[in-house]
Design a protein around this ligand. Sequence first.
Ligand code: NAD
Ligand code: TYD
Length: 357
Amino acid sequence: MADYKKKNILVTGGAGFIGSHVVRTFVRRYPDYNIYNLDALTYAGNLENLKDIEGRDNYFFLKGDITDAAFIEKEFAEKQFDAVIHLAAESHVDRSITDPLAFAKTNILGTINLLNAFKAIWMDNWDGKLFYHVSTDEVYGSLGATGYFTEETPYDPNSPYSASKASSDHFVRAYGETYGLPYTISNCSNNYGPNQFPEKLIPLFINNIINKNPLPVYGDGNYTRDWLYVEDHAEAIDLIFHKGQKNETYNIGGFNEWKNIDLVGLLCRQMDIKLGRQEGESEKLITFVRDRPGHDLRYAIDASKIHDGLGWNPSVTFEEGLAKTIEWYFDNSEWLQHVTSGEYQKYYKTQYSQTRI
Ligand code: NAD
Ligand code: TYD
């Protein structure tokens, strides 16, 4: 039973990749909070991610869908959440190209349902309340060879995923302006690390290297992303949650830009060492495939606001973070086997069968 004197914090999407690291950080660090993890357990949600903290008495799991307004309203009315950290989303660009509506439903309507339920319980007195919306740098669109995304960069989303996240950011700000709802938003660059579903570049390629399957590099591989270790993102979220300015946005990035093809080269070299394979063996698996439609050329974050204002910095270099990530996937081969069975096989076939060039 939850302790009624404690603050009730709702984390949505806590069974997913980033959400599970956020839940773990908060459950371990803040015994004075009741942490509620609300998750629909889609293909991307997995309670195995939280096995180590599921028995803690300040942790509670609620299975449910944020698109179900009645369910969300009921949970908010019952639990009187003091704060929300909202991560639940459809998160993979390639899936958004196949099924944009699913992204509009979860990312836009789901966010509005949460905002409405939060407003319904606190509208008369917002004191001490916070709606923290976790978003992505992809809302800013694509950079050319130079420049960085700042908090002032105009939104210019290109994929159905980023368009749906941009829309949800706008709704959060609109509820702030219209109803006085206290919020923070953070827009983070590409995350990597333990527990990431193997549809995203790094875990997909780790799994394919282990199994000696082709590494499908989109286009010429000259696309740039700014990579951040997931635990550093969770730290940033903790800082912004506790010390961020109300109704402000923070950009979070790794100061760590990599062209995809260079990143894949580094990954292959680290994997060859780990697997005891000859240098260059995994690189032979690289296969250039048809490009992603609307593929953003470059993302790079200017994270000086969170660095200067809140003293945040990434704690690991990319080489260290990647080595830790590889280690985790080796130590958790059962996790990898569980998530790559069944539905995953169908997804993989559909996504990659026609793409070789
Ligand atoms: P993920 O896909 O790994 O996890 C999403 C979680 O949300 C899963 O547990 C899933 O079950 C849950 N979920 C999905 N639809 C739901 C619904 N309708 N109701 C309730 N739960 C639902 O995603 P992630 O990579 O951990 O991303 C988390 C958040 O961070 C997202 O909002 C994403 O936009 C944002 N983000 C991700 C990255 C990244 O690189 N992964 C970078 C910046 C921002
Ligand atoms: P991804 O991990 O899907 O993240 P995002 O699209 O949100 O940046 O992809 C990272 C980069 O890797 C992106 O430029 C697309 C590219 N990519 C490939 O080249 N091949 C793949 O199979 C995948 C999944 C991604």
